[in-house]
Ligand binder design. Sequence first.
Ligand code: CP3
Length: 352
Amino acid sequence: MKQPSLKNDLLLRTIRGEKTERTPVWLMRQAGRILPEYRAVRAKLSGFVELVKNPERAAEVTIQPVDILGVDAAIIFSDILVIPEAMGLPYDMVESRGPVFPRTVSSQADIDRLKVADISDDLAYTPEAIKIVKKGLDGRVPLIGFAGAPWTIFAYMVEGSGSKTFSKARAMLYRQPTLSRQLLGMITESTIRYLKAQIADGADVVQIFDSWAGILPPVHFEQFSLPYIQQICEAITEVPITVFAKGAYANLTEIGQLNCATVGIDWNTEISHARSVISPDKTLQGNLDPAALYADFDQIRQDTRQMLDAFGSHHHIANLGHGVYPDISPDHVRCFIDTVKEYSANKRSKLL
Ligand code: CP3
């Protein structure tokens, strides 16, 4: 499909390492959660899963943060858990509890009942939503597609819900490593197909969320997470990839060696450390503490400027260190976004 050229391509130029007039900014989990306009759309439908599967409405809430908050990128409204569902393991989103899988995976027989996702049959709604978003955005900002990393998806499929320890999922790695690899392989193949479908319909960048990387010991991250992320990075050659592996501090060097353009870092990661272990031709994304947005406006401005100074002028996409918390006021989010725009533009104009 022929795409209109982008009016604001700051994010893409920053990923390519070009010197830009200011730092681009967006927020993980910006679509949904914090905006009353999102809740109004969601209230018209029976629930979260129905919204994810409704391309028109999903497109609407994807564009909301661009209009309301002024971010430099949209991220498609969906969820990482659409992959297990397309593989044959459906989920529910239970109010104030989060995702719940009525069936989970614990044996070879369970895996034999699953399949590698067929995107056009089982997951066409997200690429369909992407087409609508691209029309609605009309080239205003780039669109980010996404998927969960295989380990994080595996963790939900085995555990059946969120968990502090994911002990069932981690037990499986110790007790049934071969079976674990089989499932991780099926998730990886499904994810590659899914990301390629998102790209075919217009995603300009894709991000891999390894939200539960940090509960693995480094040696297990190297065995059960990294190789599968690597397979995805090697298979996706069409657009730049961002890898965000939350909490994988011990493995930051290896993450920096992946075939990806951008590495997301969380707020526990020292920015200077990330810069020192990750090749300078990679862009970093992050990493303000999401809780910093609970502070008053002056404090938010101060913390944001400090973060921008620590990253330096180039190869940086401003973001939080994880998704924005649901009870943060949109005004505080806007203060963060406006500060990034103003302060980085000001600094840049002085350097020119
Ligand atoms: O970034 C965006 O705004 C795009 C949309 C998006 C959602 N989920 C929508 C959503 C993205 C990128 C995700 C990713 C996701 N989903 C991750 C990885 C990112 C991360 O935060 O670590 C994970 C682990 C999930 C699984 C998931 N989905 C959980 C644990 C929950 C419940 C708690 C919560 O609100 O995060 C969800 C539900 C979910 N996904 C909501 C939204 C807007 C809230 C549901 C609602 O509207 O009631």
